[in-house]
Write a protein of this length. Structure first.
Length: 270
């Protein structure tokens, strides 16, 4: 090897090490947190609810359900479970995630490339925004809408006109996390169900890094499962109390849970 080649190789190695160092240092400084759960309360819900979106706002529980010909937007009083309002979607639309921001309720559709907009006061339809692909989960950070499309990306929209603002890729220890589904904004981070799994991941909305993972295996007991019982889906934090509620598609219960840390050495691998 001549001197030029050796010096070039040395520079490349040093440069590579310098580029890797911050990421490795950051990973060591902020290790992935692992959690299990404990159920502290459960409330009944209809097994007919193919839950796609869930949010608690001002004492009201908003639920979006899916299925062609049976998708709905539902508003319940959270304290006693009384149904206040319901909207049936067109049979051509498959309901997905929802979020409440200001005076509006927003509801995604799956393949129709529409984000439906309702007046919060009475759930009267105001129109829709076009989105470029599928709609899965939806939340907001107080000023922007955040949605998923089944990939490993979070997309940020202007809530006034639906304009796309930016997208970020979600990764867990360097690997992309796809099938991001129902979303909830909690304490400055995005919580997301991972479709067809018993996991919730907690995402830094600035970097896309997963900061924590929650294992909800066994939440719905085997004895409670029926034909048609589907996967875990639905996260709602009650802003009045800080309580965390979760559920699934065609599940009979909403569960209030508290998280219990799992030592990294005993946590399941991704």
């Amino acid at each position: 090897m001549n001197h030029f080649s050796y010096r070039g190789l040395l520079v490349c190695l040093l440069l590579g090490a310098s580029l890797r160092a911050p990421a490795e240092t950051a990973a060591q400084a902020h290790p992935l947190q692992h959690y299990s759960f404990k159920v502290v309360e459960q409330r009944p819900q209809s097994r007919t609810h193919f839950v796609q979106g869930l949010q608690i706002v001002d004492g009201m529980l908003y639920v979006s359900t899916g299925g062609y010909g049976r998708s709905q937007l539902l508003q319940y009083r959270f304290d006693d479970g009384v149904l206040v309002r319901e909207k049936h979607l067109s049979p051509a639309l498959f309901g997905e995630g929802l979020t409440v921001l200001g005076g509006r309720v927003y509801q995604l559709t799956w393949r129709a490339r529409r984000l439906l907009v309702y007046r919060r006061q009475n759930l009267a339809a105001e129109g829709y925004f076009a989105i470029p692909g599928q709609g899965w989960g939806l939340t907001n950070n107080g000023k922007e809408l955040i949605y998923t499309d089944g990939s490993h990306h979070l997309h940020f929209l202007d809530p006034v006109d639906g304009r796309h603002l930016r997208s970020i890729a979600v990764h867990e220890q360097g690997a992309p996390v796809d099938r991001l589904n129902e979303l909830e904004w909690i304490d400055g981070e995005v919580w997301a169900n991972v479709w067809q799994s018993d996991r919730i991941v907690v995402i830094n909305p600035d970097t896309g890094a997963v900061t924590a993972t929650i294992d909800l295996t066994g939440l719905l007991p085997r004895a409670e499962r029926r034909q048609g019982t589907d996967v875990l889906n639905g996260i709602a934090r009650n802003p009045a109390t800080g309580e965390l509620w979760v559920t699934g598609k065609n599940w009979p219960w909403l569960y209030r849970i508290v998280l219990t840390p799992i030592p990294a050495a005993t946590a399941k691998s991704r």
